[in-house]
Each structure stands twice: as C-alpha cells, then as structure tokens.
Design a protein around this ligand. Structure first.
Ligand code: P9H
Length: 223
C-alpha cells in the first residue's frame, strides 16, 4: 500500500488549497502537518526538507516536492487529470493558469487594508466576470460537454470549481450572468462531493483573527 502523501503548510488555504482539491478530486487520501509557529517552519528548513526554504511541501512517492505548480503538475499527471495528449494539456494549462491568476488576487483580499478592501473586492469581481468566467462559460456552451477539455474530467474542471467557490465567497451571485457555470455539474462528482462535505480536509476562508499568526510564521512585515 503506497504511503499517503503528506502535506506541510499552515492550517489554512493559501498556496496549498489547490493541491488539497486535486488530491481529493483524484480520490487520494492525504495527511497534513501544520506549521503553527515560525519555529515549525525553521525546523523544516533545518531538516533540509524545503528545497527553496518555502512551503508548500508535499512528501509523495519518496520526494519532498516544493513549488505549488510543480506539485500540481505531478499530481495531475500521476492521476490522469491532465488530458490525453500535448494539445489537451496545452488547453488545460491555459485554463488552469488563468484560474490561478484569479485565485492569487482573491487569496490576497483578506490581507488588504480596511480603507482599500471594498475597492480591491470590486476589482476582483470585475476581473472575474469580464475576463475569466466568460471564457469558461463560452467553452462549455460551445462544445456542450460536461467537462472543459477532451470530454473528460481534468484538473481544469477541479481548479475552475475551486475558483468559482472562492469568487462566490466574495459575491454570492457572481455567477448570475453565467448559466452554464451555475449548473455546477462538477460538484456532483463523488470525490468532489465528498470534499465539499463539512469535516473534509477542505479549509475555510482565513479567519481575520488568524492573519497575524500566519504573517508571523512567514516573518511577513518584520523583515
Ligand atoms: N513559488 C500565504 C497565503 C496566501 C498567499 C501566499 C511562502 C512560493 C510556490 C517564507 N511560500 C506569504 O507570503 C505566505 C511561498 C511559495 C512558490 C513561504 C519565505 C505565503 C502565502 C508561504 N514564505 O508556489 O510554492 O511563497 O514559505 O521565507 O519565503 S505561502
């Protein structure tokens, strides 16, 4: 029985959440070790576990993988979520890189100073509804298939759903102009349905009270 992958990060979303989604979508059970303090991060460094002194780190198949995208590519390749050929992979990569761009701006919204938070959120919603969601809506409408690429479940479907749910936390009716995306068929896939259940390893949005703790783990603001 292959060893379960083990994920090293803080007890929150950040850059590890998409990795949790992909493993869950592939039906892969995983363990987690949380950095609760800066000492925990420094210990991983001292033990030589972090190639670039940073987390996320995932112990999988005898490797200590770092770099979020490298980890996602490995998991997608290993669990057949990356298309049947280079052309499908190219399209999947274009789709997922865009979801990660949108994720990046959404995941930084809790860190915005109060005076600019509303403006920041408005720009997130504007980008989501004018640059990103129209592309996925059109793709699904044009080919009429359940999955974005190659009529087969791939990381593009998983990462789009993750991003849609994050965007809906910013504005509940953000999909109002996107009827096909609203269908949310991917949520009914058994592995995804299980991950969306309360009590799963899916993380909640960062509790603002915990921001100082996260910033202290990564020594942000004390440089
Ligand atoms: N290219 C937390 C929440 C949201 C967004 C980012 C960070 C980058 C990858 C310690 N790791 C705040 O910056 C914490 C990376 C990995 C790499 C880290 C240091 C970050 C965060 C923690 N910082 O894609 O994996 O930025 O280890 O000394 O750099 S995550």
């Amino acid at each position: 029985m292959a060893e379960k992958p083990k994920l090293y990060y803080f007890d929150g979303r950040g850059r590890m959440e998409t990795i949790r989604w992909l493993l869950a979508a592939a039906g892969v059970e995983f363990e987690e070790q949380f950095c609760e303090t800066r000492e925990d991060l420094l210990k991983l460094r001292e033990d030589g576990d972090l190639l670039f002194q940073q987390v996320p780190m995932v112990k999988i198949d005898g490797m200590k993988m770092v770099q979020t995208r490298a980890i996602l590519n490995y998991i997608a390749g290993k669990y057949n979520l990356y298309g049947k050929d280079l052309n499908e992979r190219a399209l999947i990569d274009m789709y997922v890189e865009a979801t990660m761009d949108l994720n990046e701006i959404i995941m930084h919204s809790p860190l915005q100073p109060p005076e600019t938070k509303a403006k920041y959120l408005a720009s997130v919603i504007e980008k989501a509804t004018t640059r990103y969601f129209p592309v996925y809506e059109k793709a699904l409408k044009d080919h009429g298939q359940e999955f974005l690429v190659g009529n087969r479940f791939s990381r593009a479907d998983v990462q789009l759903l993750e991003t849609i749910l994050m965007a809906e936390e910013c504005k509940a009716d953000i999909l109002s102009k996107f009827p096909v995306l609203q269908q949310g068929r991917i949520s009914n896939i058994p592995t995804i349905k299980k991950f969306l259940q309360p009590g799963s390893q899916r993380k909640l949005p960062l509790d603002p009270k915990l921001i100082p703790k996260v910033l202290s783990i990564f020594n942000i603001g004390n440089e």
